[in-house]
Design a protein around this ligand. Structure first.
Ligand code: ZN
Length: 488
């Protein structure tokens, strides 16, 4: 029997706002504990929430980017549970009528075709505080402290739709997460830093016989931040659930925990123990209406989305789709490319040098493109020098290495270090004559019409000139001197 995998995500994303969702406390990562708190975000009796307009704007922007219906009438609900990092005893979230519903995010599916992954809803809620344990784990700790700086920081929750174009493999799950993160960064509503916990997922997975109408029982794995661990957990779950199904049994509906060291998931709680949050509309935040004008303003001011950018870059700069996809993966990289392209006509060479050579230097030095020591204008100058045949690829690589280390401009590096190519034909001919007399065998073969030894001779000339000969000129000279007599 064939089986069908269905994977769903509830992704929590910390929004980029100056202040918290319901009070004026600053959102500041890494601030000393409990320095950004007030009666509202520490849940003091009688304190009243006031909604942050910017957070609503960000939420609607996400909804527009993911093709959602924007609910003009929306409201907040209380999700009731107790935890020490939640001083009110409830979280303000959305239940009925979230801001955005029924959208999609287009990815490339496993068959290489566009696939509109269903987005069921996007809603806005507040984050909880943070427990800081005295040891590395809760179990090993003598005590735990609570930091309320994160309490009430705005969070977006993006929920996929398991009925409408769900994710059907671990690979599609990865593609979806990457595209989602890329899109949110592009529209400027979150930095989505995985290290800082600004992008966290609850993942669920179920498997059913192909064509079955009922969904199988799902296993949910909560609060995952690392893409690597998410993929490992999903791969393990696919194997575990298939094994149960093959033995004629059914996996149970439960919440499971991923063990990072052992790379397995273990049962945490069953369906019966699932909490009942008793959602009800928050009486402190009445139902409200969003003006059409407000939504239109957001629609009009939408920045370019990743797919739009790929298509425009291909059209404007005539580079390959493959290169365009690599250059637009990161918004800062694409901006760097476009700044370079403004100074450089040879865009194909530019993209190839960025992807192969500049990325290599950045990776080796663990530097991001924002902090790239080579400014776009000077990188373009280097590419133009190669295009014009003023320097060889080999010299250009040396020059780029020095530019990266010292921040110097390419022309002064070339002059100062004597890297100017040899343009003088007489000098080139002298070197070539030397090489030819050292390699009579190769010369003989070229005269007989073989072409391979030509590259060999060029290589020898390059060696003698420390890469400063212009290979095209050397090739022309060889042809001039050695071309086999035309047969009539
Ligand atoms: Zn506050």
């Amino acid at each position: 029997m064939d089986y069908e995998i269905i994977i769903g995500f509830e992704t929590h994303v910390e929004l980029k706002t100056k202040t918290k969702l319901f009070c004026g406390c600053a959102v500041e990562d890494g601030a000393p504990p409990n320095t950004h708190i007030c009666p509202v975000c520490t849940g003091q009796p009688g304190a009243l929430p006031v909604l942050n307009k910017r957070a609503v704007e960000h939420t609607i922007r996400a909804g527009v980017a993911m093709n959602c219906t924007i609910n003009r009438r929306s409201r907040f609900a209380r999700k009731n549970y107790f935890y020490p990092d939640l001083p009110k005893g409830y979280q303000i979230s959305q239940y009925e009528r979230p801001f955005c519903e029924n959208g999609y995010l287009e990815i490339q599916n496993d068959e290489g075709r566009p696939y509109a992954v269903g987005i069921k809803r996007i809603h806005l809620e507040e984050d909880a505080g943070k427990l800081v344990h005295s040891a590395s784990s809760f179990e090993a700790s003598d005590y735990s402290l609570v930091d309320y700086n994160r309490s009430s920081v705005p969070l977006l929750e993006i929920v996929t739709d398991h009925e409408r174009n769900p994710l059907r493999s671990v690979n599609e799950a990865r593609t979806y997460l990457e595209k989602l993160r890329q899109t949110l960064i592009y529209i400027g509503i979150s930095d989505c830093s995985i290290e800082k916990g600004q992008f966290r997922c609850d993942v669920n997975i179920s498997i059913r016989p192909e064509g079955a109408l009922d969904y199988g029982n799902r296993a949910e794995i909560k609060n995952m931040a690392s893409f690597k661990f998410i993929m490992e957990a999903l791969e393990y779950e696919v194997k575990r659930q298939l094994k149960i199904l093959h033995s004629g049994k059914e996996p149970s509906q439960e919440t499971r925990l991923f063990h990072e060291g052992k790379k397995i998931t273990v049962s945490m709680r069953s369906k019966e123990d699932a909490p009942d949050y008793r959602y009800f509309p928050d009486p402190d935040l009445v139902e409200f209406e969003i003006d059409q004008e407000f939504v239109e303003q957001i629609q009009e001011g939408m920045p370019e989305l990743p797919d739009q950018k790929v298509n425009r870059i291909i059209k404007d700069y005539r580079i390959s789709r493959k290169d365009a996809l690599i250059l637009t993966k990161d918004r800062d990289v694409s901006e760097f490319f476009e700044r370079c392209a403004a100074f450089c006509d040879d865009r194909v060479r530019l993209s190839s040098w960025m992807i192969k050579d500049l990325f290599k230097l950045l990776n080796e030095a663990a530097v991001t493109i924002e902090n790239c020591p080579v400014p776009p204008k000077e990188f373009s100058t280097l590419i133009t020098l190669i295009s014009k045949g003023d320097i060889t690829d080999q010299i250009a690589r040396t020059v780029l290495g020095i530019m990266f280390e010292t921040g110097e401009d390419p022309e002064s590096i070339i002059t100062r270090r004597g890297l100017k190519p040899i343009q003088d034909e007489e000098r080139l001919e002298r070197v070539l004559n030397e090489v030819m007399s050292e390699n009579p065998e190769a010369v003989k073969k070229i005269k007989e019409g073989m072409t391979n030894p030509i590259d060999f001779l060029i290589g020898q000339v390059m060696k003698k000139t420390e890469g400063k000969a212009n290979p095209k000129k050397v090739k022309d000279l060889i042809h001039k001197k050695l071309s086999p007599p035309k047969q009539s």
